[in-house]
Design a protein around this ligand. Structure first.
Ligand code: ZN
Length: 113
């Protein structure tokens, strides 16, 4: 359950940003994940809530944005979204692929006052 470690890391970032922006309460946290990170939103939400317990972000609503896995073929340069579990270029069938999106994991923005 890597959600717990990620929730701890991201909660620290949220509290740091909130402190830099001199917020007294964080109402919403927008988090972006790539599909490859394989976050279970329910578990993340639970772990995040534990991590921010007693802080100014304890009541914050957590919003998720999931970025689809995007691949680039090193053979022909084709860029495509991963379709099912078939890890091969849709144009030339090469499996020499570069992951260009889908590994993201960051706090996109926070809202509060
Ligand atoms: Zn290709």
């Amino acid at each position: 359950m890597h959600e717990i470690r990620i929730a701890n890391d991201l909660s620290e970032i949220v509290l740091e940003v909130a402190s830099n922006e001199k917020l007294s309460v964080v109402s919403r946290v927008n988090i972006t994940f790539g599909e490859m990170v394989q976050i279970v939103p329910e578990i993340f939400d639970f772990a995040f809530r534990e991590a921010v317990r007693g802080s100014i972000a304890s009541e914050a609503v957590v919003n998720f944005e999931i970025i689809k896995i995007k691949l680039k073929c090193r053979e022909c340069g084709n860029v495509f979204n991963l379709n099912g579990s078939r890890f091969a270029c849709q144009e030339c069938n090469s499996s020499d692929l570069e992951i260009i999106a889908g590994k993201e994991m960051f706090v996109k923005s926070i809202e509060g006052e």
